[in-house]
Design a protein around this ligand. Structure first.
Ligand code: NCD
Ligand code: ZN
Length: 350
């Protein structure tokens, strides 16, 4: 079966600054192995991508090392102004950390939200990490400045209900949900292990998970929130939050299709068409993914392309395997082997 090249709008590449976790070459190898031909990178690197200097340095690294196509998100800080807003044409979008997570980019007080909500161009995505009651505050700001927002990794019943309500009133709100919030809950923590299960937003209850499935039509896109940390870090005293996700997302969704919980069209719309439309990405010519939907396999502990080399889904039986990926006319992945060299990837923002 042939699918269009998948696009993941939420990937933590970790370069610059934390290449022991992942870098542009390994993140994009994991992407291709998972059937993604383009990724949109998050800005909570070290240093974070909040200035033109760090943006240019990060894009130079991507140009040298990326194996699939890419664009980089800018991160908003408390000193956001016209200079930052002028970077919009060169980035995927603006990411605002309104809730606290990994990295230094937390905008704790609403008084620093006005700048980005007011100045960021309406045609370039403004992506918010806003959990629970903070999501209500973010929706208020979107109304205050009469602008669209995209809500990252919706995880809880109360959040999907807020978004449903906003959409029913015609507000220009879109959202993404991760595979781990659709397939895991707090009940999985003992099996995964406390430290490894750490993630932002934290895993919800089984009721939260089911509320996401019941509101599938409210979910615009699927995003992995691929957030690689090493097992030494995850099993240490202060486990950082996040899971690798690029290599397991498609098999999990194809398994849900097989079980009748999703249609193929539900998957392709949320992992390609709608992502491309929301971020206004160019079409990738001569690009597709060949999957064997009936191939059954058990998700292994290790042996992944991501440098993090672990998964919270180890031991799960899934159906559907990526056999071959063609990107811009070239075979870039085949049966476990990533064939695209570092530098083959192209910027999607010109
Ligand atoms: C992300 C990370 O590790 O950078 N962690 C996570 O648990 N999702 C940060 C984030 O997306 O919130
Ligand atoms: Zn993230």
């Amino acid at each position: 079966m042939r699918l269009p090249g998948l696009i993941d709008p939420h990937v933590h590449v970790r370069e610059p600054g934390a290449t022991h976790k992942e870098d542009w070459a390994t993140a994009t190898a994991a992407a291709l192995a998972g059937g993604f031909t383009a990724i949109l990178a998050m800005p909570n690197t070290q240093p974070p991508v909040t200035t033109v200097e760090v943006l240019e340095k990060t894009l130079a690294l991507a140009r040298q090392k990326a194996r699939c196509d890419y664009a980089q998100h800018l991160g908003g800080t408390g000193r956001f102004g016209a200079r930052e807003a002028a970077l919009a044409p060169r980035v995927a979008g603006l990411k605002l950390y309104l809730s606290r997570t990994f990295g230094p980019l937390w905008l704790a007080r609403t008084e620093v939200w006005h700048g980005p909500f007011h100045l960021w161009p309406r045609e370039t995505p403004l992506v918010v990490h806003a959990e629970r009651v903070t999501l209500a505050a973010a929706l208020f700001f979107a109304r205050l400045y009469d602008r669209p927002i995209h809500v990252a990794h919706v995880a809880y019943r109360e959040e999907i209900l807020l978004i449903r309500g906003a959409k029913e009133r015609g507000w220009p709100v879109t959202c993404e949900v991760t595979p781990h919030h659709l397939f895991l809950s707090q009940e999985d923590v003992p099996r995964i292990g406390e430290g490894r299960a750490e993630v932002r937003p934290s895993l919800g209850t089984a009721q939260d998970r089911e509320a996401l499935w019941q509101n599938l039509e409210v979910i615009d896109v699927f995003a992995t929130d691929h957030a690689p940390h090493t097992l030494t870090e995850k099993d240490g005293l202060q486990p950082p939050p996040g899971y690798p996700g690029l290599e397991t997302a498609l098999p999990l969704f194809l398994t849900a299709v097989r079980e009748g919980r999703l249609s193929m069209e539900d998957v392709v719309r949320r992992m390609h068409h709608r992502v491309r439309a929301l971020w206004r990405l160019p079409q990738q010519p001569e690009t597709w993914v060949e999957v064997a939907p009936e191939a059954s396999w058990e998700i292994p502990e290790q042996g992944w392309h991501t440098r993090a080399n672990w998964t919270p889904f180890a031991g799960w039986r899934v159906y559907g395997r990526v056999r071959r990926v063609v990107l811009r006319g070239k075979e870039v992945y085949r049966d476990g082997q990533v064939l695209a060299p570092p530098g083959y990837g192209r910027s999607l923002r010109g």
